[in-house]
Write a protein that binds this ligand. Structure first.
Ligand SMILES: [Zn+2]
Ligand SMILES: [Zn+2]
Length: 121
């Protein structure tokens, strides 16, 4: 388990380098998870999809800011109890991503709204 301090420096390193490290699909390294496993169930043995909690006009921005996570294709991503089928799960992921972004980027609520339009907390 990482200490709070080392977790923070890991995050800062990622953030500092993220803009220049977009992959060819426009993704910066995720600031929401470190492991190559499903964010919701932790499994690694299923097909993993990248999921952006903020869609529409904010999708590209989510990718570039590292606000994406890995979900197993089914059921955690596409299933009826997954991110796209369940409003509860979707809201949970958005709230988590917002909290993490405000912490990692040092944004106030006002700044968050300027970037992503709406408060999900
Ligand atoms: Zn899963
Ligand atoms: Zn998705």
């Amino acid at each position: 388990m990482l200490s709070r301090r080392s977790l923070r420096s890991w995050e800062m390193t990622r953030v500092a380098s993220s803009r220049s490290r977009l992959d060819r699909n426009g993704y910066a390294p995720s600031i929401l998870q470190q492991d190559e496993c499903c964010f919701l169930c932790g499994r690694r043995d299923r097909k993993l999809d990248r999921h952006e909690p903020f869609g529409g006009p904010y999708r590209a921005k989510s990718k570039a800011d590292g606000l994406w996570l890995l979900l197993c294709h089914y059921p955690c991503h596409e299933g009826p109890t997954g991110a796209h089928g369940s409003a509860r799960v979707n809201n949970y992921l958005r709230a988590y991503a917002q909290g993490k972004a405000m912490e990692v980027f040092g944004w106030s609520m006002e700044e968050w709204r300027e970037h992503y339009g709406k408060n999900y907390l």
